[in-house]
Design a protein around this ligand. Sequence first.
Ligand SMILES: *[C@@H]1O[C@H](CO)[C@@H](O)[C@H](O)[C@H]1NC(C)=O
Length: 619
Amino acid sequence: MAQHTPPLLLILLLCTLSVNSSFQPALVLEMAKILLENYCFPENLVGMQEAIQQAINSGEILQISDRKTLAAVLTVGVQGALNDPRLTVSYEPNFIPVMPQILPSLPVDQLIWLVRNSVKLDNLDNNVGYLRIDRIIGEETAAKLGSLLRDNIWDKVAQTSSLIFDLRYSTAGELSGVPFIISYFSDPDALIHIDTVYDRPSNTTKELWTMPSLIGEKYGKKKDVIILTSKHTVGAAEAVAYTLKNLKRAIIVGERSAGGSVKVQKIRIAQSAFYITVPVARSVSPITGQSWEVSGVSPTVNIIAKEAVTKAKSLLAVRSAIPKVVQSISDVIGRFYAFTDRVLLSKWAEGLYRPVVDFESLASQLTADLQETSGDHRLHVFHCDVEPESLHDVPKIPTAEEVGYMIDALFKTELLPGNVGYLRFDMMADVEVVKATGPQLIKLVWSKIVNTDALVIDMRYNTGGYSTAIPLLCTYFFDAEPLRHLYTVFDRTTTTMTEVMTLPQVMGQRYGSSKGVYILTSHMTGSAAEVFIRTMKDLNRATIIGEPTTGGSLSSGTYQIGDSVLYASVPNQVVLSAITGKVWSVSGVEPHVIAQANDALPVAQRIIAARLLKREQGK
Ligand SMILES: *[C@@H]1O[C@H](CO)[C@@H](O)[C@H](O)[C@H]1NC(C)=O
């Protein structure tokens, strides 16, 4: 809560008062005194009483005759000044204070009746427990009931495999019952500080901790717990939900809770018929440094309360699939990639997949963990309801009519000043497609640029595609003799090594090995496009200008994870440099000349112009 300086409080209080007419200064002084002795944020009240006294003495306070109006004005003043909506002043000449019912004073058979009516336990399919508690039983009541709660509720819950803990209707209860519940869902090894409650009237601070020993079986911290909340969930139930959520022990499904208070009292102002309602205690969670009071508990999964049970069930179904998924991914990685994964399995065992509420979040968590373990950002797990196309990736050979459109859409050529060619293509086509479209490609694209003095190849928008045409494309930039070793591919699935060479023959004219080639890159340039660029760089055949590229892979396999809706994309080939014999790094291609992708073309043109000029002068 915001800290207020006394003058601000005073001004807020008095400005609202001064527009009205009649008023008793004594009432305001009494009200201030009650706040000083009872309001749970005493630090916000420093200097208030003196300031009010001073204002009264100087005659600044005007009189308000209508009492209801006065109460409303005081409410606005005090709420505004202390920034706490729970503070209200009322005028109630007929108010009869009700003594709050103290549970432990009830006879045991009435207590049992009460508990029966506020607890519901059920066993759903797949041994999912359902426990609804409408009242959090306090410590003293629980002690009075002896083993009854344990035998009839907690020991039975402990037999379930996962739990839906329904607090949607929990509108009553005592904070002293919270430590038991938190302890029940924790391990006894380390005690947890749950809450610090400050009570202003007694000026005492009480810390709530988990309990070192519980009689009976605990639920422990491994099994899934889903807490359901509604906008009516209030008080001790909010403390339970808030704590288990922030301990990452439970997933909260439902609506934001009511945002109650630890303790609010309605106090009569002196002997008048005016009352002030004051929060007299406050709770601070040592886990967050904040509280569930006023603002409530925000759910992990937001859904209207009446759909929360269905949602929780589907969520538990997702979660029960996780161990199998993790095992399958480990198998896929072991078969098609370099290392055998153990990390994911141990992360699951440690309960680190707690935030996972659906297959999307599972996929992104698994991706993050795989990438962290391997240092390879190309490993991906993704979620797909239908089989991804990449599972059956057969390139489509275009028909004669399609070829023209395709070339128009994919290729862009231009003649830049100084007889410099410009070629942009945004996709790496499959070699069969290239062969099928060969004559038109030569005529519509290649012939326009092949006789230039230098060539700019713009691959800034090329995110990759098929790698089969890379050798063909490279071949155009070398002479027919000798054949050049471009790179070597090691296929993990077949454990074969293949040396990739330039081709002895190509259709049409080669660009040859001596004219300048300049390749533009961006951070989007990926996979097969990168392999082409890296080869040209490796063989010292092009100047690369632009941004470092994505760092994709020559070829990735897509594998279904078990029979789930998850798929893993795993780079299954390793490329070795023809020059160094070493494995290409998984990071992108570093350009020779670093430039923003936007500036890459003018930068290239300047470099080309300077080199062509130098060559002219050299002649
Ligand atoms: C409350 O107690 C603390 C010590 O626990 C003391 O320093 C403080 O003055 C007390 N405040 C009031 C208003 O009594």
